[in-house]
Design a protein around this ligand. Structure first.
Ligand SMILES: *Cc1c(COP(=O)(O)O)cnc(C)c1O
Length: 487
C-alpha cells in the first residue's frame, strides 16, 4: 500500500534503499543504458495502471529499472555541454526541501535560507548588496533580468510595459556568441527575437566594443529605444568573457541597462588569476548565475541579481489575488501580529519572477556553500580552469592536436589534425563519436571559427585532474587508429 498515512520508519527505509542504489550508480560501472534498452523499456513503457502496485514495488522498479538506466551526465569523465551531476550536499538538501517545505513561502527555515543563500552568492561573487531571486535555470533567469531591463527602459520613457505592453521598437545588444535564451527572452517579453542585435566578436570570441557603440548610435539616430546590453561572463561555446569594464562604461554613457549572463562563468571570479577579466561586474544592473552548473546543484537552480527588487516587482506582479494575499492580510487586526509561520509569506519572491509555486532552492545553495565554504568552491573552480589550461598547453606541444582558441575558464576547444585527411571536421566528428561510445570520456563538440572542435567543459564536482590525461590519451589513441585504418 502507499505511504499516505505516515508509518514510522517507512520513509527512512525507502530512502535508504534508494540511497544504496544511488551510491552504486555513482560508481558508474554500468555500460550505457541503451545496451539494455529492450529490458527496461519493456518493463517501464506500460499503459496507465488501473490498480496500484504499492510503494514497495515502485521502489523496486526505481532501484532495478530506473536508476541503473539513468544518464552519464554525472560521470567524472563527462564534460559535455555545461552539464554535471548534483553533489551529495545538494541532493540531500533538495530531497529534504521536497518533503519538509514543499513551497518557498511561509516563515520557515527554508524560506529564510532563500534569502541567506542569495546573499551568500552575492557576497561570494562580489556583487555587493545586489538582491536576488531564484528560478529554474539560466533561461528563466535571463528572462527575469531582461524583464527588469524592459521595465526600466520603458518607465524612463513614461510607459509601463508590464501593464500596457510594449509600444515601440527596442534593441537588446548581445554578442554573436550569446546564449540563444537571450533571443527567446526577447520573444517572450514581447519585444521580439529580432530586437536582439548580434554584435561582432574579436578572434577570442569577445564582444567588439567599437561595433557595440556603432550599433547603439545607429539605433538612437533611427529612434529605436536601447533596452539592454547583454555581456557574457563565460560564453557557452568557448567560455570567453566579454570586456565587461568597457561595455559597462558604454552602458553608463548611454544610460542603458547592463546585464551580464554569468550562467556558467560567474563562479570563475573566484579564480584570483582571472580577477581582471571580471572588472566591470560592479557596474551591472543585473547578472545571473546557474548554481546547477559550476556549483554542483541538482538541476533547476538559477539566480538573477538586480540592484532594486521593486523594479522586478513592477515587472512581474500578477496584481493581488484574494486566494493569496487575502489569506495573510491582517487589515482587520488592530495590531497585526506575526505569530504563526503562515501569517506571512516572507519575501514575495512570487512577484519577482515568473513562477508562483516553486521548490525551495535556497536550502540547496546553502548546503553546498556551507559544506565546503567559499574556499572549497574556489579550489574546485581553480582545478577545473587548470585542467583546461593543461590541455591547451599539451595541444601546443603535440603535433596531432591543435588548440583552436585560448581557454579563458574551464572550456577548451581543440581538434585532432593529420595531413592524411582532407576533411578535418568530418574526421573529428568520427573521432568524437567513437570516444562517446567508449563511455568513459564524454566532451561535446562545437565550432570555432568554422572548424569542428572537441570541447570539454570541466565543471563536475567529482571531476578531478586525472581526467585530463585519460581524455587526451583516448583522443590520441582513437585518432591514430582512425588514421591507420584509412591508410
Ligand atoms: C546554460 C546557459 C544558459 C541557459 O541556462 P539553463 O540553465 O540551461 O536554462 C544561459 N546562458 C549561458 C551563458 C549558459 O551557459
Amino acid at each position: 500500500m502507499s505511504l499516505d498515512k505516515a508509518e514510522t520508519g517507512r520513509l527512512q527505509e525507502l530512502l535508504s534503499r534508494v540511497g544504496i542504489c544511488l551510491d552504486d550508480y555513482l560508481k558508474f560501472e554500468q555500460a550505457d543504458t541503451l545496451t539494455r534498452q529492450d529490458t527496461w523499456q519493456a518493463v517501464l513503457a506500460q499503459p496507465v495502471p488501473q490498480q496500484g502496485v504499492g510503494i514497495d514495488e515502485v521502489t523496486r522498479e526505481l532501484v532495478e529499472q530506473v536508476i541503473p538506466n539513468g544518464s552519464p551526465v554525472a560521470k567524472p569523465g563527462f564534460s559535455g555541454f555545461i552539464m554535471t551531476g548534483a553533489t551529495s550536499a545538494s541532493t540531500i538538501a533538495s530531497t529534504a526541501a521536497g518533503i519538509a517545505s514543499p513551497q518557498r513561502y511561509g516563515l520557515t527555515a527554508f524560506n529564510l535560507l532563500e534569502e541567506v543563500s542569495l546573499d551568500w552568492l552575492a557576497q561570494m561573487f562580489g556583487l555587493g548588496d545586489m538582491k536576488g531571486v531564484y528560478s529554474s535555470g539560466g533561461s528563466v533567469a535571463n528572462l527575469v533580468a531582461l524583464g527588469a531591463a524592459r521595465q526600466s527602459a520603458f518607465e524612463k520613457a513614461g510607459h509601463d510595459p508590464a501593464r500596457d505592453g510594449v509600444d515601440r521598437a527596442v534593441s537588446i545588444y548581445a554578442s554573436s556568441e550569446c546564449h540563444h535564451t537571450i533571443q527567446r527572452a526577447g520573444g517572450v517579453l514581447g519585444v521580439g527575437r529580432r530586437a536582439i542585435k548580434p554584435i561582432a566578436c574579436d578572434n577570442q570570441a569577445r564582444m567588439c566594443v567599437d561595433a557595440l557603440r556603432a550599433e547603439i548610435e545607429n539605433d538612437l539616430a533611427a529612434g529605436i529605444l536601447p533596452l539592454a546590453i547583454v555581456a557574457n561572463a563565460g560564453t557557452t561555446n568557448t567560455g570567453a568573457i566579454d570586456p565587461l569594464k568597457a561595455i559597462g562604461d558604454i552602458a553608463g554613457e548611454f544610460g542603458i541597462w547592463f546585464h551580464v549572463d554569468g550562467a556558467y562563468g560567474l563562479p570563475g571570479v573566484l579564480d584570483k588569476r582571472l580577477n581582471d577579466l571580471y572588472h566591470g561586474l560592479e557596474m551591472v544592473d543585473s547578472v545571473i548565475v546557474d548554481p546547477h552548473k559550476w556549483l554542483g546543484a541538482a538541476i533547476g537552480v538559477a539566480a538573477t541579481f538586480v540592484r532594486d527588487r521593486d523594479l522586478l516587482e513592477r515587472a512581474f506582479t500578477q496584481e493581488p489575488a484574494d486566494y493569496l494575499e487575502g489569506t495573510v492580510e491582517q487589515s482587520d487586526a488592530a495590531e497585526p501580529k506575526i505569530e504563526h509561520s503562515m501569517d506571512d509569506f516572507g519575501i514575495p519572491y512570487f512577484n519577482y519572477g515568473v513562477e508562483l509555486s516553486s521548490p525551495c532552492r535556497g536550502v540547496v545553495v546553502w548546503a553546498m556553500i556551507r559544506e565546503i565554504g567559499v574556499e572549497g568552491m574556489r579550489e574546485r573552480i581553480v582545478r577545473h580552469n587548470d585542467m583546461a589550461r593543461e590541455i591547451a598547453e599539451f595541444c601546443k606541444q603535440h603535433p596531432r592536436l591543435e588548440l583552436l582558441i585560448e581557454p579563458t575558464l574551464s572550456i577548451v576547444c581543440f581538434r585532432y589534425v593529420t595531413s592524411t585527411e582532407t576533411d578535418l571536421d568530418l574526421f573529428n566528428q568520427r573521432l568524437y563519436r567513437r570516444l562517446i561510445r567508449e563511455n568513459e570520456f564524454m566532451p561535446s563538440t562545437t565550432r570555432v571559427a568554422g572548424r569542428l572542435a572537441l570541447r570539454p567543459c570541466f565543471i563536475g564536482a567529482r571531476t578531478e585532474s586525472d581526467q585530463v590525461d585519460g581524455l587526451l590519451q583516448a583522443i590520441l589513441r582513437i585518432g591514430e587508429s582512425l588514421v591507420t585504418r584509412q591508410a
